[in-house]
Design a protein around this ligand. Structure first.
Ligand code: CP
Length: 529
């Protein structure tokens, strides 16, 4: 059986399925015990032991734990370990990420560990270097590990957090009740939990943060879609009055480096709401543990240092577990471990294939309906109906302008209007184009993307000859005029990396950027938006 982990990249925690993560934690447990018991033979089962196996660290943002635990993990493996010093690299001459990493891949390096403030960078690089490796007949396919990308994700931190939770949960996947406390807005480690905690069969999450630092809606939505019970509190003070307090508290520090000026100005007041105080101790259930991805601020720690020597301290073991988790992750990606993993059906990421423009039989009313262009009925042409039904007239007008531009209708004859349904009182938009050019397959996809849930009527000789209904396609790419709206995303035009935008439809009818995960409505994915 082939090793499914070999050469795999880890860009987001979902890149490893739940079953794969459960296997991973079993291996981490084995390695941890072997190291504690100094069982060298067992440790050797994990060791790559190849001085030509290249592991490259590229940290474009500061780090101690992630960078050093990976470096120590690479040393455990007796491999080649390199580090790119970005401050003296050709990044400063305007070199792109793709050119830089392709080059490093060519120098016999198989695993890249990358931290950057640019979101989705490892996802893009794993796609790019795969093509480079093929073009240059490299004997390996480079794998990428996201060591933290902006506000997006920190999947290896998620692995070590989950492992530590598991240890304190008797290695049971049955259920978990965890409080996430702190800067839930800017903190990437808590964003990874929206999918990471799916590891457990039953999940209850308490989100504790003031409004300015609250978990973004898209992650809350994702948690709920994943079946988590989610509750929200504005401060620890409010939370400790509740009668169902979690035994696991996961703190994060205020991410000052990612805050805007407005929030920074309020940092002292905000910090107060998420910092633990002595008076809260008595509210804690027996056996409570605190965790923290660290670092904590030396002047303003949200977990005060007087708690270090108490039984609440779970964060020190958590940080040490980082080394074990990262050793095993490299073992898996190198192919040293993982041969005995038995894949399950749920590991497969299914690419949904769906028709997004469906022909419907024109009703009798349709067949005899005439659409007027001014005062005259349209003889031949197209009519797009039911546009943005339920929106306000001004929103509908704005969007019809976008549709006309996206479908290059700007120059044609015809017009747009907004009408109010007599049946339900809702507004909808209608675009009519007499003598319009015939729409090809690509136009139809663009129409479905920019005007989902509309109808396209093909009018011939004054009658509706064909009628189609549009639906949101499951994925969109290969259109030059798309853009993610997150300026921290690798695919945002302002980053100048030339990464074409790509989106996936979410269960709640949004489009998530394939790189940074940002949710967009169908109106927001266009450069012209
Ligand atoms: N937890 C974590 O990512 O720490 P560093 O920033 O020190 O790597």
């Amino acid at each position: 059986m082939s090793n499914v982990f070999k050469t795999r990249s880890l860009n987001v925690i979902e890149d490893f399925s739940i079953n794969e993560r459960r296997y991973f934690f079993k291996k981490v447990n084995e390695l941890k015990n072997a190291i504690i018991e100094n069982d060298v033979a067992k440790m050797d089962e994990f060791r790559i032991n190849d001085p030509d196996f290249g592991i490259y660290e590229v940290f474009l943002e500061d780090s101690t734990r992630t960078k050093e635990s990976f470096r120590n993990a690479a040393n455990f493996h007796h491999t080649k370990v390199s580090e790119l010093l970005s401050s003296s690299s050709s990044f400063n001459k305007g070199e792109s990420y793709a050119d830089t990493f392709n080059m490093l891949a060519g120098y016999q390096n198989s695993v890249f560990i990358v931290r950057s403030k640019v979101e989705g960078v490892t996802k893009w690089l794993s796609e790019e270097t795969e093509e480079y490796a093929e073009r240059n007949a490299l004997p390996y396919r480079p794998a990428f590990i996201n060591a933290g990308d902006g506000k997006h994700e920190h999947p290896t931190q998620e692995l070590l957090d989950e492992f530590t939770f598991l240890e304190d949960n008797n290695m049971s996947f049955d259920s978990i009740h965890v409080a996430l406390v702190g800067d839930l807005y800017h903190g990437r480690t808590v964003h990874s939990k929206a999918d990471g905690l799916k590891l457990f069969d039953k999940v209850k999450v308490d989100l504790i943060a003031p409004e300015e630092l609250a978990m973004p809606d898209s992650y809350v939505k994702k948690m709920k879609e994943n079946g988590f019970e989610v509750r929200m509190f504005g401060s620890i003070e409010e939370y400790v009055k509740d009668n169902d307090i979690a035994k696991m508290w996961y703190f994060t520090r205020p991410q000052l480096e990612r805050m805007g000026e407005k929030v920074l100005a309020k940092q002292a007041t905000l910090r107060e709401t998420i910092t633990f105080r002595k008076e809260f101790l008595e509210a804690l259930p027996e056996g409570t543990k605190f965790y923290h991805p660290l670092p904590r601020h030396k002047d303003h720690p949200t977990i005060p240092t007087w708690l270090d020597k108490t039984s609440l301290n779970g964060w020190e073991r958590q940080a040490i577990n980082g080394l074990y988790c990262r050793i095993v992750l490299i073992s898996l990606i190198s192919g040293k471990v993982g041969d005995d993993y038995i894949p399950v059906e749920a590991d497969k990421k299914l690419e949904v294939e769906e028709e997004y423009i469906i022909e419907v039989e024109p009703s009798n009313t349709d067949k005899h309906r005439t659409y007027s262009e001014g005062i005259r009925p349209i003889e031949n042409g197209i009519v797009i109906d039911h546009i943005c039904k339920g929106d306000s007239p001004s929103e509908i007008r704005n969007h019809m302008r976008l549709i006309s531009s996206v479908l290059a209708f700007d120059e044609g004859k015809g017009g747009e209007w907004v009408s109010k349904s007599q049946r339900d009182g809702l507004y909808k938009g209608i675009i009519f184009r007499p003598e319009a050019r015939e729409l090809g397959r690509k136009d139809l996809k663009r129409l479905a993307v920019v005007a989902p849930n509309a109808t396209l009527n093909i009018v011939k000789n004054g009658k509706v000859e064909k009628k189609y209904r549009t639906h949101m396609p499951p994925r969109i790419y290969n259109f030059d005029d798309l853009s993610c709206q997150n300026d921290a995303c690798i695919s945002h035009p302002s980053n100048g990396e030339g990464v074409p935008a790509k989106f996936y439809r979410t269960p709640d009818g949004h489009y998530a950027c394939a790189y940074c995960g940002k949710f967009h409505s169908f109106k927001e994915i266009w450069k012209k938006y």
